[in-house]
Design a protein around this ligand. Structure first.
Ligand SMILES: [Zn+2]
Length: 383
């Protein structure tokens, strides 16, 4: 596959924006059905419900959701698409805010703070530095990076794992929402029921993270990962009577799918090029941003050194292809991108060996393949 074919994969990425079946449009329709969704009959039924609950099952792709019967009681099953990069650090902000990454400005797990030339992990807000060094990274307050992003959506309550109850992402994108944390299955059911009981809560966002963790560690198709989907199904089934009592509409979706990766898929572009020219990466292993190396013909050299397994796209190309979604553009967008993004073809992941020892995750996401992109959109309407 040449760069052109790779580019067309990206260009097709937002074809779904016209059909209205991406997660931004879904979350907008749940937050306020007047925003509409691809299917008018579904929009109408969302509008008629007394409450609307958006369940986000982190990492479960459309195919596995079918194969493993995620929420077998669903009335409607639609195949939808995530945003790009297909990663939690970008997709959860999109689900919460109702904005594309181009607008909310979060382009993957690791964020580049141009004013300080520092890289921070977006969710735990932790500095990234080269391994085995004491290199000092400037201290950056997260508020400095996030600013005051605009938000289209309004969720009245968020139900999330207790360990991320104080997550900066929720505070930034849904500052007025009540946040309920849960630990075990019982407290998960209790927390959602508590959110449903509060009369003023019309829109509720529920986040379940287990599948993604297990899919990374054991593989997307592993029995360990499947068990977490069975667990979600049990919790969901236990909630159905309360959702019926509150005449709720349930929408079940995911932030992205999962790609199975082998050890050989993790490659260190810099060592293949034989030169220390790239530096630390940010973004995602499937879409790693790097600063401009002084070397000429960088893209061609990356292509040659990796035997065509990695493409280096310039930020101009990425913007032209609108991979992060349509305008309006976040004011910091261009500076937050590298001069190049290293994009892995197939299941290739870019290993940042300056920052850590080689990793072998058995499941990965962040790229533009169908399996990472396509997500379930399931609807159950309670009368
Ligand atoms: Zn993940």
């Amino acid at each position: 596959m040449g760069l052109q074919a790779f580019a067309s994969q990206f260009q097709n990425y937002f074809a779904s924006a016209q059909s209205g079946r991406d997660l931004v449009q879904l979350s907008r329709a749940v937050a306020a059905p007047s925003h509409g969704f691809a299917r008018q009959d579904l929009t109408r039924r969302l509008d008629q419900a007394a409450k609307r609950v958006l369940f986000v099952v982190d990492g479960i792709g459309a195919d596995l959701a079918e194969q493993w019967a995620l929420v077998p009681s669903a009335d409607e099953r639609v195949r939808g698409q995530s945003i790009f990069p297909t990663a939690t650090g970008s997709a959860v902000p999109s689900l919460l805010s109702g904005l594309y990454p181009a607008t909310h400005g979060l382009l993957g797990w690791h964020c580049y703070v141009p004013e300080y030339q520092a890289i921070y992990a977006g969710l735990p807000w932790k500095a990234k530095r080269p391994a085995n060094t004491d290199e000092v990274v400037p201290v950056v307050e997260p508020a400095k990076y996030y600013g005051k992003p605009p938000t289209v959506n309004r969720f009245d309550a968020l139900v999330v794992p207790a360990e991320i109850q104080n997550s900066i992402i929720s505070q930034i994108f849904q500052p007025q929402a009540a946040v309920l944390g849960y630990d075990q299955d019982d407290s998960f059911v209790d927390a959602v029921e508590q959110a449903l009981h509060e009369a003023s809560n019309q829109t509720i966002y529920v986040y379940f993270s287990d599948y993604d963790h297990l899919a990374h560690g054991f593989g997307p198709f592993s029995p360990e990962a499947k068990q977490s989907i069975d667990r979600f199904n049990r919790i969901y089934a236990a909630l159905r009577p309360s959702m019926a009592a509150h005449r709720a509409a349930a929408v079940i979706t995911a932030d992205h799918g999962h790609l199975e990766t082998q050890f050989e898929d993790w490659i260190d572009v810099e060592s293949l090029m034989g030169e220390a020219i790239i530096g630390l990466h940010w973004g995602e292993p499937r879409m790693a941003f790097v600063r401009a190396p002084k070397t000429r013909h960088f893209a061609e050299r990356v292509f040659e050194a990796t035997k065509g397994r990695v493409f280096a796209a310039t930020r101009t190309q990425l913007l032209q292809w609108q991979v992060f979604g349509p305008a309006p553009q976040h004011e910091g967008l261009i500076d937050r991108m590298g001069d190049f993004a290293l994009l892995g073809s197939g299941a290739i992941c870019i290993d940042d060996r300056r920052a850590h020892r080689p990793v072998q995750l058995k499941g990965m996401h962040g790229g533009a393949s169908e399996i990472e992109r396509d997500i379930p959109m399931l609807f159950e309407f309670f009368k």
